[in-house]
Design a binder for this molecule. Structure first.
Ligand SMILES: *Cc1c(COP(=O)(O)O)cnc(C)c1O
Length: 454
């Protein structure tokens, strides 16, 4: 088999800026030891997120020039709506400026105090939007999904027994059920078609709607094609269509598998729910045929949704993540296994075993990574998911660092560089010490938290 190559050639480039180690020590100090507060110009390779960071194709840039900016009934909306209906199959397509706006609208309708929303793992914005309404965001991922070494092929699956128990105990408190594909918080892990089908059957048997958080639906479809019996000969499009045929709606950030720099949607089958959602949409996002987006964005996103289902692209995408993962494993770094679709998740608890969770080992890792190589990753540990209650830190279950790969942006040499820098950090991991939080916000504290070295 010849090497899997980048399935594109580059026609437009953007220089990246080099800094010295001394520069970066000062920059990190000024950013209060929180890489979210570093200017992007001070970052050499930015693996903070795969959200909104995709390289658009020539066809997407071309589509932008054809955008119809009519306030109502824009042609670009009709193209966007038709593409989403083709892939996802839902009757109502409600454009939003990004994924969390769709979540906010859905939770405004379904959430509220005393309610419980089950999911495999709620992503941070989903959890925040659920909790903001007073509802509980409950994570029901399978036990294998919590074990970083377990090689289960679908570690994003939701535990059906737990869902059934929940429904039998608290049926009236549950307005709907969700599953996230792929499971971002749990390591970018896929959910199987069998699991999606079984969740749908369980929820429907209890009269509850099933909503898929579909940010990385194409990567999930690719894993199903690779790993689940009966899907080898199906196209990613056919698999995606089947996934969503089991659901009653979807939320989506088109900044992920939409190849968009901005955009999202809420899609629903139910007429009454969709009407409620559109009424809220008008308050905050805009008229239902643009919903917080320009006509040109809708064009680029419709084109992006077409391109993301290309098997050559998906093969390269998943191979890139696996390639970085394998290099780190060879070094001796513990990562969440098997690697997911969009990112490598490093187990910082085991990288810096001398640093207790209360001192944020995953945050220490992202800071060291920046100072050592100008690389930016994101902490998915106790800064993001821990809670400070009466001045006492309650750590999260895991201390992960996510290195998310923007789509179609970095080359194999960039990935080699990242692996080299981490190998160097691994060699002197015993020298690292912990951090404490000096300032934090009540919700999504990781975005703005200020820290200092102990
Ligand atoms: C990114 C993301 C969201 C939120 O989308 P935004 O466009 O960032 O608002 C929701 N769920 C998952 C799984 C995500 O990855």
């Amino acid at each position: 088999m010849p090497e899997i190559i980048e399935p594109f050639r580059i026609k437009s480039v953007e220089p990246i800026r080099f800094t010295t180690r001394e520069d970066r020590e000062r920059i990190l100090r000024d950013a209060k030891y929180n890489p979210f507060l570093i200017d992007a110009d001070d970052v050499l390779i930015d693996l903070l997120t795969d959200s909104g960071t995709s390289a658009m194709s020539a066809a997407q840039w071309g589509a932008i020039m054809t955008g119809d900016e009519s306030y109502a009934g824009s042609r670009s909306f009709r193209r966007f709506e038709a593409k989403i209906q083709e892939i996802f199959g839902f009757k109502h397509v409600i454009p939003t400026h990004q994924g969390r706006a769709a979540e906010k609208i859905l939770m405004a309708i379904a959430g509220g105090s005393g309610k419980i929303i089950p999911n495999n793992n709620h992503f941070d914005t989903t959890r925040a939007n659920v909790e903001f309404t007073g509802a509980e965001a409950l994570d029901l991922v399978i036990e294998e999904g919590k074990d970083p070494d377990h090689l289960h092929p679908f570690k994003g699956n939701l535990d059906l027994e737990k869902l059934k128990t929940l429904l039998s105990r608290s049926r009236d408190q549950i307005p709907l059920g969700m599953v996230t594909v792929t499971n971002n918080t749990g390591g970018g892990q896929p959910v199987s078609m069998a699991n999606i089908k079984a969740i749908a059957e369980t929820l429907h048997a209890n009269g509850k709607p099933f909503i898929i958080d579909s940010c990385r639906f194409a990567e999930n479809a690719w894993f199903i094609k690779q790993r689940e019996d009966g899907y080898q000969d199906k196209t990613p499009l056919e698999i995606a269509q089947e996934m969503f045929s089991h659901a009653d709606g979807a939320t989506m950030s088109l900044k992920k598998d939409g190849f968009g720099n901005i955009g999202g949607f809420l899609a629903l089958n139910d007429d009454a729910l969709a009407e409620q959602a559109r009424n809220i949409l008008i308050l905050t996002e805009g008229f239902p045929t643009y919903g917080g987006l320009a006509g040109r964005d809708l064009e680029a996103l419709a084109q992006g949704l077409d391109e993301v289902l290309d098997p050559h692209y998906l093969e390269y995408r998943v191979a890139t993540v696996r390639y970085l993962a394998n290099k780190l494993i060879e070094t001796g770094v513990k990562i969440v296994q098997p690697p997911g679709g969009h990112a490598v998740y490093i187990d910082a608890k085991r990288f810096y075993s001398q640093i207790p969770a209360e001192q944020f080992p995953a945050q220490v890792f992202v800071n060291e990574l920046y100072v050592a190589g100008g690389i930016r990753g994101v902490e998915i540990g106790s800064v993001m998911f821990g809670r400070c209650i009466d001045g006492v830190e309650h750590p999260a279950d895991r201390e992960l660092v996510r290195l998310a790969l923007p789509r179609r942006v970095y080359t194999q040499a960039h990935v080699n560089y990242v692996a080299d820098v981490i190998a160097e950090m691994f060699g002197r991991r015993d020298e690292a010490t912990g951090l404490r939080i000096t300032k934090q916000a009540p919700f999504l504290r990781h975005f703005t938290a200020e820290l200092s070295p102990l």
